[in-house]
Design a protein around this ligand. Structure first.
Ligand SMILES: [Fe+2]
Length: 547
């Protein structure tokens, strides 16, 4: 499918376009047609940043997301100059046409609709399409003026209760742009999946730097020097725009629907509810959070239900894939307790075990309990952000040796009572096959979940697959010299890798297959992507089987 239209005669902002047309010395017929109804234009050169006649407004690609059985969200954003403050657009609203077809060639159009792109939302489009058939592919594109977007593939959810033979999807995230190329996103596009769960860290808020990683290596890609740390709406919008100019990321979005969520770096490192590191007062941080989450909404294929209200976004929600799979997308940032003991990888933090501590907050816990109480699917996914399983980090390179376990209190290990409440919910609802999906750590892990982490003999009740990063922290070693220590300290850990990539899940009524996909190197584009390890779970028998 074409990645960009080759040229376009745009009617994005008709006054600016007309100026561009006149400046380019184009034919009087075009100018006369465009000026009809505009009245007399003031004399003078085009305004700074005006859209030129040849500008492609679809520089950020297209996306589908948040599917329903009869439709999905279709997203794009008009940004002919994507790194500029307004994306190269004026305040003029622009009508955008959306075409939906049965075929990738767009020969059999089944629906045409229009939406208006406005500067208030960065000229983004979130078209909620309804009335389509369940469980099938559709193809779509956008038109603005005479410009035509690339074609994307979307897919509706199956009809409720449908018995599916198989679902294939990816879990991915942590894509710091400077740290490496998005080869993993190209591989995800090539997989032609049913959906992608994005666990977060779609952007990183940090300012321009030439180095990256713990050992300060030269960055494979360098952000422009005028990209400071994100604090304002313009900062966050420009950051999303930079990331979304990547052709591999655009290909992944065009390939299938995404279920977006967010973690910390969409706002600020390790934020928790109204608290940000650095002891910024809550009333100030919440303005930053509001701007960050507005930019998140503007750049994600999510529904009107996810429009921010001030600093608040309803990001937890569910998706049902017939009787095979239920996906509860969770939000572990907005409602959590502040990290205990000052945050970090810590030994002996008893504050982590206080009964009132939570990762979801009371309302989301109630929502999850109600969802689990519905007729269960064969597999129940908790699609979320931070490590759920108990984990001792002794043995990891930057963690000091101690006599007692070292825990990362930014994870569920910093709110053990909240973890126990979720575990109790799974037990009460008799969920036979829970699968927790996670990101955050920039390593790939597969773990078995225990009913009671205080009892080493406690039975396995489900599994957790933690996806490594798409690019963040760059290449890791193929084998980790300290892995043996971590495996010894964490008998429920069944796989650990320090490579970049993603996890591909192939789900059937009898078996869950997790392929840990690893990129040879993210330092240069186009490197091979391989399956480093495959792990299986048999339905009804919680536990991991290595292939
Ligand atoms: Fe990350």
């Amino acid at each position: 499918m074409p990645r960009h239209p080759s040229s376009s005669n745009l009617s994005l902002d008709r006054r600016e376009l007309l100026r561009g047309a006149l400046g380019a010395g184009l034919g009087a017929g075009l100018s006369a047609g465009l000026s009809a109804g505009l009245g007399a234009l003031p004399a003078g050169a085009a305004e700074p940043g005006a859209v030129s006649l040849k500008s492609n407004p679809f520089t950020l690609g297209v996306a589908s997301g948040d599917p329903a059985a009869d439709g999905f969200v279709l997203w794009t954003r008009l940004a002919p100059e994507p790194l500029k403050a307004r994306g190269g657009m004026s305040a003029q609203p622009v009508e955008v046409t959306i075409e939906i077809a049965d075929d990738p060639e767009m020969a059999k159009i089944v629906r045409t609709t229009t939406e208006t792109a406005r500067l208030e939302l960065a000229h983004s489009i979130h078209a909620e399409i309804e009335g389509l058939a369940p469980g099938r592919d559709y193809f779509y594109r956008f038109r603005a003026g005479d410009a035509e977007s690339p074609v994307g593939r979307a897919r509706t959810l199956p009809a409720p209760g449908d018995a599916l033979a198989q679902i294939r999807f990816a879990a991915a995230g942590c894509q710091r742009w400077e740290d490496g190329y998005y080869t993993a996103w190209r591989a995800i596009a090539d997989d032609k999946l049913d959906f992608v769960f994005h666990y977060g860290d779609y952007i990183y808020e940090y300012g321009h730097t030439d180095v990256f990683g713990y050992d300060k290596r030269p960055a494979p890609r360098t952000m422009p020097a005028d990209f400071p740390a994100c604090y304002t709406l313009t900062d966050y919008r420009r950051r999303y725009a930079l990331y979304k100019t990547d052709a591999d990321l655009q290909a992944a979005h065009a390939s299938c629907p995404f279920l977006p969520s967010f973690d910390d770096h969409e706002v600020a490192n390790n934020w928790a509810a109204d608290h940000a590191p650095g002891n910024t007062p809550a009333e100030a941080f919440l303005f930053r959070r509001a701007m960050a989450l507005q930019a998140w909404y503007e750049h994600m294929p999510v529904r009107r239900a996810q429009i921010p209200h001030g600093p608040d976004v309803r990001a937890y929600r569910g998706f049902r894939y017939g009787s095979l799979l239920d996906v509860a997308v969770l939000d572990t940032r907005q409602y959590r307790s502040r990290q205990p003991c000052g945050d970090g990888f810590l030994a002996g933090c008893t504050e982590a075990d206080i009964e009132s501590r939570t990762m979801l907050g009371a309302a989301q816990e109630q929502w999850l309990a109600a969802r689990l109480a519905q007729a269960p699917a064969t597999w129940q996914v908790l699609a979320q952000q931070v490590l759920f399983a108990q984990f001792d980090w002794r043995g990891f390179p930057f963690v000091k040796e101690t006599a007692v376990p070292i825990i990362d209190v930014d994870t569920w290990n910093g709110a053990t009572a909240g973890r126990e409440r979720v575990t109790a919910m799974l037990q009460a609802a008799k969920i036979a096959n829970p699968v927790v999906l996670t990101g955050d750590l920039h390593r790939a892990l597969a773990l078995e979940l225990r009913r009671d982490w205080r009892d080493p003999a406690s039975p396995c009740i489900g599994v957790e697959f933690l996806s490594t990063s798409i690019s963040s922290v760059g290449d890791g070693p193929a084998t980790d010299a300290d892995r043996a220590t971590m495996l010894r300290n964490n008998p429920h850990l069944k796989f650990f890798s320090d490579k970049r990539g993603y996890t591909r899940h192939v789900v059937t009524p009898k078996q869950w297959q997790a392929d840990f996909r690893a990129v040879d190197s993210t330092a240069t584009p186009g490197q091979p992507v391989r399956t480093a390890q495959t792990l299986l779970v048999e339905a009804g028998r919680p536990g991991l089987i290595s292939q």
